[in-house]
Design a protein around this ligand. Structure first.
Ligand code: ADP
Ligand code: MG
Length: 369
């Protein structure tokens, strides 16, 4: 139960009604083909719930990052085709971000969206951290509800935030630390251990005075990382070995000092084993961000080892983040974890702040209780 937010049952009789469902169908597309339809399938329970009760369902989504104008590259047509197979009869509006009113949250765009629509459902967890028109507009105007996917996501992540079984371990990786520093600080207040890999580890290693060669790092975040280590250092686990390319482009394994001209692209085997041990001993694990540049086979081992530990541990396991989820799917371990979130940024923001703009808006809907 998520306090104050209307559920599908709170919509009343939906039969014969036109329902706008804001979904997150922002799927990867290559050469016009969807390479992973996970996000479309994840919305089916809500779409079927509504169809089974006689509603006419109109979906809306964003796709990619068009700049507020129609761009054939970001047409929803491939999604529409897949949706027609999975949920025949469900309509899909064109890419919301073709209109600048979506990201600008313009009332006129909300008017267009809800024209002829009687009810609104938000099932777009992955977009609910954005105060965009389709997320925060309709709930102020129509009887509204959270969809089944949104409800499940929020429930799982709030348990992690508010009442995790301990030890609670977070593993963070990925490319950019500035994106994730807020959540690092919030997580350190609730977790027992935080393991840091991916490119983001280099800013922390630099803050410890280690040499990081030419590895990706963010100089303007070094002070913040140093402060975090000073205050909560006992909970933070950083790599003890690194795999990368040396100045001549040869594969190399180092300790925590990367030589001049070297670039770290993955955690080393010792670190992967240490992080796996932490995951195996935990009772709750949240993982966001690959441990290395796993798209390149030479740098996939750390992410693969961690993914395997996520699959093997008895802990309650949650994975958030587009690239982390893609890595799990590539290793065919996505069915072996308890929850794969459809939202990366949204799951981090919900863990950090305990609420999202999309949820706030639903609490203000006319039928909210
Ligand atoms: P997620 O989508 O799971 O939240 P991010 O988007 O933050 O993850 O980061 C994923 C990207 O980080 C991947 O494309 C991966 O190649 C990259 N990455 C991870 N480690 C490194 C590294 N050491 N150097 C460069 N890129 C890295
Ligand atoms: Mg990503």
């Amino acid at each position: 139960m998520i306090r104050g937010i209307p559920t599908l049952d709170d919509l009343g009789d939906v039969s014969g009604k036109r329902v706008l469902v804001r979904a997150d169908f922002n799927v990867p597309i290559e050469d016009g083909n969807i390479t992973d339809d996970f996000r479309i399938r994840a919305a089916l329970p809500t779409l079927n719930w509504l169809r089974d009760r006689g509603a006419t369902v109109v979906c809306a989504t964003h796709l990619g990052r068009p700049k507020g104008a129609p761009d054939p590259k970001y047409s929803v047509e491939p999604v529409r085709a897949r949706l027609a197979e999975l949920a025949p009869g469900v309509e899909l509006l064109e890419n919301l971000r073709f209109d600048p009113g979506e990201e600008g949250n313009k009332p006129e765009f909300v008017d267009t969206l809800i024209e002829g629509v009687e009810l609104y459902v938000n099932d777009a967890f992955g977009a609910s951290h954005r105060a965009h028109a389709s997320i925060v507009g309709p709930p102020h105007r129509l009887p509204s509800a959270m969809g089944l996917l949104l409800a499940k996501e929020v429930e799982v992540l709030l348990v992690l935030r508010n009442d995790p079984k301990r030890p609670f371990v977070a593993v963070l990786g990925g490319a950019k630390i500035s994106d994730k520093l807020g959540v690092v600080e919030a997580l350190l207040d609730v977790v027992d251990s935080l393991a840091i890999g991916g490119a983001m580890c280099f800013t922390f290693l630099a803050a410890q005075g280690k040499r990081i060669g030419d590895s990706l790092f963010e100089p303007d975040q070094v002070d913040t990382c140093a402060r975090i280590l000073e205050q909560q250092g006992s909970k933070v686990h950083l790599p003890e070995d690194i795999i990368g390319l040396d100045a001549t482009g040869n594969l190399a394994t180092w300790g925590t000092n990367v030589p001049d001209g070297g670039k770290g692209f993955d955690i080393g085997p010792g670190t992967a084993a240490a992080f796996s041990d932490i995951v195996m001993e935990a009772r709750t694990v949240f993982w966001n961000g690959p441990m290395g540049m796993f798209e390149d086979d030479r740098f996939a081992a750390g992410t693969r080892t961690l993914a395997q530990a996520m699959a093997d541990t008895k802990a309650f396991t949650v994975v958030g983040g587009g690239d982390s989820a893609a890595a799990l799917a590539e290793f065919r371990l996505d069915d072996e974890v308890d929850h794969v979130s459809t939202g990366g940024g949204a799951s981090l923001e919900l863990l950090e702040l305990g609420d999202l703009p999309g949820l706030v808006a639903l609490r203000e809907a006319p039928n909210a209780h």
